[in-house]
Ligand binder design. Structure first.
Ligand code: ATP
Length: 552
């Protein structure tokens, strides 16, 4: 498929307001794609590589502006591009407005190729770009981008630049792609959903849906090195658990960050709750798993920060590791961590997702030989509520967050927040909100963002629920400002709109009905507790949960 055809479809898709019609247009585009189907799917989601792959383009706006300016010709400089982006907001629109092309080749990649770009060619060029490292890599990247822009029609440039800068924003999320795959290849949405939960690879699922239909989707299996969506828990009561399951499996609820560990017999890869590769930030877990496992396996568990006395530390201390990707050594000096494995989906060649929890836990115990930084959760099975109360008291006493109650006979259902895992934690509730806006401070603080607008998920969009300004240290304010500035969409005086990207954990005293915010509720006395580095906007709390909390 020519990239201009892709861009033309995307232009139409972006201009449609109604979800159903937009999804139909996406389905048409998928049906039209040939051998580039998986690439088209990823591009629509604004990705060049599958979500779980750690390969990154690592292209900053400045590099892109320089490449664009070169392709636009003599009179345009990178600073001109930057100024226009600052005043017009959308880099795609700015790129589209230039009369690109016709510039003579600059560097190894400049101006050599044929005129028309194809989708696969764009993918190949961006793969080469991502592979450029070390001395001279910035020039190589700039040359590759220049070559792409120099060959692009205006509409192509609009989406190319957005793709490169991870700013696709065409209103097509993962849910829309799932529905479009189902509709384009005439397979049930549930079958697409299940295949996605196990593989998390939208491109692959689209290809299998097209080539082998529903039956093919059912055969998509676990693969070591490809994370599975985490099974989630609901809040629940001991009495209900005992009544529903007779025997209850009880575990400590560790207060850390969810991590999935994949070991292929040679290499260890670690993934966070939102399936980002967190192997580098957790070197002692990597070496611990390497020492503890004698056979290939996939483990689910929690990474907990440990104080000098061996007791658990607050979970934000682990999340700090995820943030300080480039400074692991320093973070490691401050925070020691331990991995508590509590589930196992694959052990030594056997896929275990459909096995009962207690059997999976037996396999877990058999496959893991605990080492310095690796432990296996203790699992009690009982029908005695008093015994459960004792475990809960002991768990809290030891500094854990509470307990988990699990149905001992249940399989592992990826991505599902069902009735088979119940969580009990006595702490006051907190809520995870997406930052959708902010205000610049005044006077001495004019270059810092101050109060942050908080939103919950509402369908495919977001509904505001309050603003938070308290609980943020000066150091945190500096780093939040730096980080959120990247996501500013528009500015109006001191008010800024921010693209949903960062999730705050927020404490509050009460939730009240309120006409002030679009959720219809307001958080009273909200206070910032930390950034949920392990959550994407799609994992933030929903309007339904807010309503439930307000009623409680
Ligand atoms: P959620 O994950 O439910 O969206 P959350 O991230 O705030 O919300 P919690 O409400 O604390 O998480 O409860 C579920 C989380 O508890 C799991 O995702 C996991 O990270 C953690 N956890 C700790 N110990 C266990 C355990 N033994 N079994 C399963 N999960 C556990």
């Amino acid at each position: 498929m020519e990239f201009v055809v892709f861009a033309d479809h995307v232009g139409t898709i972006e201009s449609i307001d109604a979800d159903i019609e937009r999804c139909e247009r996406v389905a048409e585009l998928l049906a039209e794609a040939e051998d580039e189907l998986s690439v088209v799917v990823r591009f629509l989601l604004g990705r060049v590589f599958p979500a779980h792959e750690s390969t990154k383009l690592d292209v900053g706006p400045r590099l892109c502006y320089e490449a664009l300016a070169r392709a636009a010709g003599h009179n345009v400089t990178a600073s001109d591009v930057e100024e226009r982006v600052a005043s017009e907001g959308d880099i795609g629109q700015v790129a589209e407005s230039y009369d690109l092309g016709g510039q003579q080749g600059l560097g190894a990649f400049g101006g050599g190729g044929p005129e028309t770009l194809t989708v696969n060619e764009v993918r190949d060029s961006l793969e080469t770009l991502a592979g450029a490292t070390g001395e001279g890599s910035q020039e190589t990247k700039r040359d590759i981008l220049f070559d792409l822009f120099n060959r692009a029609e205006p509409e192509e440039a609009r989406y190319l630049v957005r793709l490169v800068l991870s700013e696709m924003r065409i209103g097509v999320g993962e849910g829309a792609i799932r529905d479009a795959i189902a509709s384009a290849f005439d397979v049930p949405v549930d079958a697409v959903e299940s295949a996605l939960q196990v593989s998390n690879d939208y491109g692959l699922v689209a290809e299998v849906a097209r080539s082998d239909g529903e039956d093919g989707l059912g055969t998509i299996q676990l693969e070591i090195g490809r994370p599975v969506q985490a099974m989630l828990a609901q809040s629940g009561a001991v009495t209900d658990a005992v009544q529903d399951w007779d025997t209850v499996a009880v575990e400590r609820k560790y207060d850390g960050a969810r991590v999935q560990a994949h070991y292929d017999g040679d290499t260890v890869s670690l993934y966070s709750r939102n399936m980002e590769d967190v192997t580098n930030p957790l070197p002692e877990v990597v070496s611990g798993i390497d020492a503890s496992l004698q056979a290939p396996a996939i483990l689910d568990g929690e990474v907990v920060a440990i104080g000098e006395d061996g007791d658990p530390r607050p979970f934000q201390e682990v999340l700090r590791r995820f943030r300080r990707k480039h400074d692991v050594a320093r973070a490691r000096e401050n925070v020691e961590v331990r991995f508590h494995a509590f589930d196992c989906f694959h052990a030594d060649g056997d896929d275990l997702l459909d096995e009962p929890l207690v059997d999976r836990h037996d396999r877990l115990t058999a496959v893991v030989d605990p080492s310095d930084h690796i432990e296996v959760s203790q699992l009690w099975t009982t029908d005695d509520p008093d015994k459960i109360a004792d475990i809960e008291a002991e768990s809290l006493e030891a500094g854990h967050e509470g307990i988990m109650l699990k149905n001992p006979e249940s399989g592992y259902t990826p991505g599902n927040r069902g009735q088979n895992w119940l969580k009990r934690k006595p702490d006051v509730e907190t809520i995870d909100c997406v930052v959708t806006g902010a205000e610049w401070g005044e006077g001495r603080r004019a270059n810092l963002l101050g109060s942050f607008e908080l939103s919950v998920r509402d369908g495919d969009g977001y509904a505001t629920v309050g603003k938070v300004a308290t609980g943020i240290t000066d150091e945190e304010l500096d780093s939040l400002t730096e980080r959120l500035t990247e996501y500013i969409l528009t500015e109006d005086g001191a008010d800024v709109d921010i693209e949903p990207a960062v999730v705050f954990e927020v404490g509050y005293e009460e939730i009240q009905e309120s006409p002030t915010y679009s959720a219809g509720y307001a958080l009273r006395f909200p206070r910032f507790l930390g950034v949920r580095e392990d959550k994407s906007p799609a994992d933030a709390d929903s309007l339904e949960r807010l309503e439930r909390l307000a009623e409680a």
